[in-house]
Design a protein. Structure first.
Length: 374
């Protein structure tokens, strides 16, 4: 009997060991797969030593004009990063779906907002695809990490011909590796801040297609002069590369119009400086969401966004950086409600097209469409 018990125990131990080894094997495979997925999404780290001669590059990193405030890890309040945010709308936002046939030849001016800061902007027959992100804003393809609450109105494979892919900085809600890989052999050019070219090269974008710009550097796109201007932000795609790449806003100058794209920015003196430099802008696209008391110099609160549109002398103000992600732990529509009131009080022309809607200043009619969304 004792011998039988001994044999039984040995058998049970072997069975348990098999289970443990199997679980370890599965865990190793899963961890390895996740690690590889993250590695592919991060992209190569920029070589900061190339930029040491610049006045806004110090001690191996790019610097802003003033302190950025707290690190994002010290944000205040609950942030929905795993799964669907409780600050998201109960229903989907109104969207006009797009496909390749929705676009003709690039126009003198047209704008299609894809949600958050992703858009197509057409100026003087040149088509710019700005900060294209069609999936979640995370260094992994796992569907529940930094989950979007609103789908894009178009997928990357349905885009029309793109003259320039334009990137403002390397954060995951602005720079998406799968989209860059897909567009690498399709878009004609990629214009990015200093350092971001290293990311693109690792994703297969040819070097001769990439133009890197520092603050106040310009490049020509057809009849459009494109200049990278200052913003108050930071960059990173992992824990060891903070501010190794630059972040910018953009000014577009054509023979008939001037357009400003703020990128991500806290409020600062640079807006007034840009307004003075260019005199005025016909349209300014300015970020107005994701502000949090824990990072007061990284994004703008609603009243600051309205002031920024005044500072740059914009005839019309279109808000960007909202409607897709919960980045600051605030209800999805709190910023647009405040913006609308503040703009009206300060006599600022605010235009808010729906996601996917074709926008033109001369024909746009505001509907305050967000008021009907729960």
């Amino acid at each position: 009997m004792t011998a039988l018990l001994f044999v039984s125990k040995i058998y049970s131990m072997k069975k348990a060991l098999k289970i443990i080894l199997s679980l370890l094997g599965i865990t190793t495979v899963v961890a390895g797969g996740l690690g590889y997925d993250i590695y592919r999404n991060i992209g190569d780290r920029p070589d900061s030593s190339k930029y040491a001669h610049l006045p806004y590059h110090q001690n191996g990193v790019f610097v802003a004009d003033q302190e950025l405030g707290y690190f994002p890890e010290r944000r205040i309040g609950e942030i929905g990063r795993i799964g669907r945010s409780h600050n998201a709308p109960e229903q989907g936002l109104p969207v006009e779906k797009l496909q390749r046939s929705s676009f003709g030849a690039p126009e003198e001016f047209a704008y299609y907002w894809f949600g958050h800061s992703s858009a197509i902007l057409e100026i003087n027959q040149q088509r710019f695809l700005i900060d294209p992100v069609f999936n979640n804003a995370a260094p992994t393809s796992l569907p529940f990490v930094m989950q979007r609450y609103q789908d894009a109105p178009i997928d990357v494979k349905s885009l029309p011909e793109i003259d320039v892919v334009l990137i403002t900085h390397d954060h995951y809600d602005h720079l998406e590796a799968p989209s860059m890989r897909y567009l690498a052999d399709k878009a004609k050019r990629f214009v990015v801040p200093l350092g971001v070219g290293s990311r693109l090269l690792s994703w297969g974008v040819p070097a001769d297609k990439i133009t890197e710009l520092g603050w106040e550097d310009s490049t020509q796109v057809g009849d459009v002069k494109l200049t990278a201007e200052k913003s108050l932000h930071y960059s990173s795609r992992w824990t060891n590369d903070r501010n190794s790449a630059l972040w910018v806003s953009y000014a577009f100058e054509s023979p008939t119009q001037r357009i400003y794209w703020s990128g991500d920015s806290g409020y600062g003196k640079h807006f007034a400086e840009i307004g003075k430099k260019y005199g005025h802008f016909d349209v300014a696209f300015i970020e107005m969401d994701a502000a949090n008391p824990g990072w007061p110099n990284t994004h703008m609160f609603p009243e600051q966004a309205v002031q920024a549109s005044i500072d740059v002398n914009a005839t019309r103000f279109l808000p960007i950086h909202w409607g897709v992600f919960d980045l600051a732990g605030t209800k999805w529509n709190s910023s647009i409600i405040s913006i609308e009131k503040e703009a009206k009080a300060r006599n600022v022309r605010l235009d808010v097209p729906k996601i996917g809607q074709k926008y033109h200043p001369d024909t746009h009619q505001n509907e305050n469409w967000w008021e009907g969304v729960r």
